[in-house]
Design a protein around this ligand. Structure first.
Ligand code: PDD
Length: 281
């Protein structure tokens, strides 16, 4: 495997970042993860737009031009022979002697791009079997709209899910309303057959998969509503599913040990997933 680190392609095993990188010391950086299907990068432009927004919100500069970054991404995918898989991209405020305030303005941001192949069979199995989730109280900061590498609450929530025999943890706000998963957006198909997900302006990450799903839902004759729903509504929903670049659209068949619908992956999630992959075909 090959990784790109600050200007050079290096063997993955030897890819390293300085101990005084601000990403390492302060989680002072942002990231993106993009899915690759049949060598096609799904939603690359939207991911780069969001990267630009995250960088802007934290006043971190682009590590290189957008066009150069696209070149590096394609090169990393090519060198790793990724047909189906993903790339991970991380930009931090760079290397400087530890100090909370920003380093000198001419400090170059650090950039890392890695890639890995994924097993389409394993993903297909998750889709036919469905996954389980648990709910956890929201305990993150209020700028989760920034795709920051500061993911400790997400890490702890996912681990808690794993220890409970589940695959995702769903953050719930103080009013009992569903926010999003530790690394996914959450959707329901309600009793009226309407697709619902929390408004992106209210304390969640605006997922790229979430946005693209809205594009594909219309032609399928589905109604999408950006409206918050409670844990009770989720438990009573016809279908629950989660979306992210890495999982596209996984059906959730149980939450906190309670069965959703008939306990099997629903047809709407499946139709959406198929429509989604038509984009990459
Ligand atoms: N996570 N919400 C959170 C908190 C996320 O971390 C992610 C993505 C999403 C879905 O966003 P998108 O559709 O753009 O992938 C929602 C990535 C995949 C990760 O951390 O690995």
């Amino acid at each position: 495997r090959i990784a790109y680190v600050n200007g050079t392609y290096v063997r993955h095993a030897e890819a390293a970042i300085h101990v005084e990188d601000r990403g390492y010391q302060f989680a002072d950086g942002v990231y993106e993860v993009c899915e690759v299907r049949h060598r096609f990068i799904i939603d690359l432009n939207r991911h780069l737009d969001r990267l630009g927004r995250s960088l802007h919100e934290l006043a971190i500069g682009w590590p290189m031009s957008r066009a150069a970054l696209v070149h590096v991404i394609r090169e990393v995918l090519r060198r790793n022979r990724v047909r189906n898989g993903l790339f991970y991209l991380q930009v931090t405020r760079g290397v400087a002697r530890r100090d909370h305030v920003f380093p000198a303005a001419d400090t170059p941001p650090s950039i890392v791009v890695t890639a890995k192949r994924t097993d389409p069979g394993a993903i297909a199995r998750k889709n036919t079997e469905g996954i389980s989730a648990i709910t956890v109280p929201e305990n993150r900061w209020d700028r989760v709209d920034i795709k920051s590498i500061g993911l400790l609450p997400n890490v702890l929530a996912r681990q808690q899910a794993k220890e409970a025999g589940a695959q995702e943890a769903i953050f719930v706000d103080a009013d009992g309303m569903v926010k999003e998963g530790a690394a996914t957006n959450v959707w329901i198909v309600d009793r009226e057959g309407t697709l619902r997900t929390r408004p992106a302006e209210s304390g969640i990450l605006r997922g790229i998969t979430r946005t693209t799903l809205m594009d594909v839902a219309g032609p399928l004759g589905l109604t999408v509503e950006e409206s918050a729903f409670s844990v009770e509504e989720m438990l009573a929903a016809r279908e629950v599913f989660i979306t992210a670049a890495t999982s596209i659209c996984f059906p959730v068949i149980s939450v906190d040990g309670k069965t959703i619908g008939n306990g099997h992956p629903g047809s709407i999630a499946q139709n959406i997933r198929e429509a989604f992959f038509d984009i990459a075909e």
